[in-house]
Design a protein around this ligand. Structure first.
Ligand code: TMP
Ligand code: ASP
Length: 248
């Protein structure tokens, strides 16, 4: 599909959003750019957008089947997602089932410590301020969301965690934590947006404990795209591969 630059609405660090001829629908182009450290470390990794779009599409479909509203409409071709147009809320909603990453750097948790119920953390999506962690008072003072919105976001996030964790564990993946973003649709409903992929989640192989996500890139290790492909292979069924004409 040819995307006309005149229809570009938003260019993020890893995705572009294009207006379609339908006023309430956009096309999201998953790019091969991979970044860390608020965009300071940056590379192009061939096929990254391809795998992330497929993994996101499959997980959005899974959530839709569980009754959770998402931006997803269709993946007409790998790399390109047809989505409902949302007014995004600049919150990074992080759910933690296992202590890892920045939580271990900032607080005296044990590595691998389990959280049940999970910890939900909200960061301000703002590179200039380095995505600082928020609390409810700051979110309200910044007018990012209302008390009711936050309650809704929390409730949907816990549902999403339960659905994804079950699915991934059944397929041999540990799901330590993930980040999601929400937006408002044209009726004002809070809807899950953005992506759910190895760029935005931690996935560990339950047998080998191998890291299968962007932490490999953050740490400067090799095998990043191989790990993303492995996650796609685990998450996608044979019928998904036929539907999208995949040959990996
Ligand atoms: P953290 O442990 O580095 O705070 O990351 C928590 C989760 O959020 C992890 O699954 C990776 C994801 N994440 C993003 O999606 N974007 C980011 O900018 C960062 C720092 C983390
Ligand atoms: N969002 C961060 C960045 O752009 C990347 C990360 O660590 O996930 O650079």
């Amino acid at each position: 599909m040819n995307l006309d630059e005149r229809n570009l609405l938003y260019r993020g660090k890893a995705k572009d959003v294009y207006q379609t001829s339908h006023p309430k629908q956009v096309l999201v182009k998953f790019r091969d750019d991979i970044t860390a450290g608020d965009g300071e470390k940056k590379e192009v990794m061939s096929l990254k957008g391809y795998y992330n779009s497929l993994i996101s599409a499959k997980l959005f479909e899974l959530l839709e089947d569980a009754g959770i509203k998402t931006q997803y409409i269709d993946l007409p071709e790998p790399g390109l997602m047809l989505s409902h147009k949302l007014n995004m809320i600049p919150l990074e909603v992080i759910t933690r089932n296992i202590a890892a990453g920045s939580l271990l750097r900032k607080y005296p948790f044990q590595e691998g410590q389990l959280f049940d119920p999970p910890i939900i953390q909200m960061d301000y999506k703002n590179d200039e301020y380095h995505d600082p962690m928020l609390n409810e008072d700051i979110i309200l003072a910044l007018e990012l969301a209302s008390v009711q919105d936050l309650e809704t976001i929390r409730e949907i996030t816990l549902q999403i965690n339960a659905v994804l964790k079950n699915f991934l564990e059944d397929r041999g993946l540990i799901f330590p934590d993930f980040k999601i973003e929400f937006g408002r649709d044209s009726d004002g409903n809070i809807v899950l947006g953005d992506e759910i992929s190895p760029d935005t989640c931690r996935f560990w192989d339950s047998e080998t404990c191998d890291i299968l996500d962007k932490d490999l890139f953050r740490k400067g290790e090799s095998g990043v795209i191989e790990a993303y492909q492995k996650v796609a292979n685990i998450i996608l069924d044979e019928e998904d591969k036929e539907r999208w004409n995949l040959n990996f």
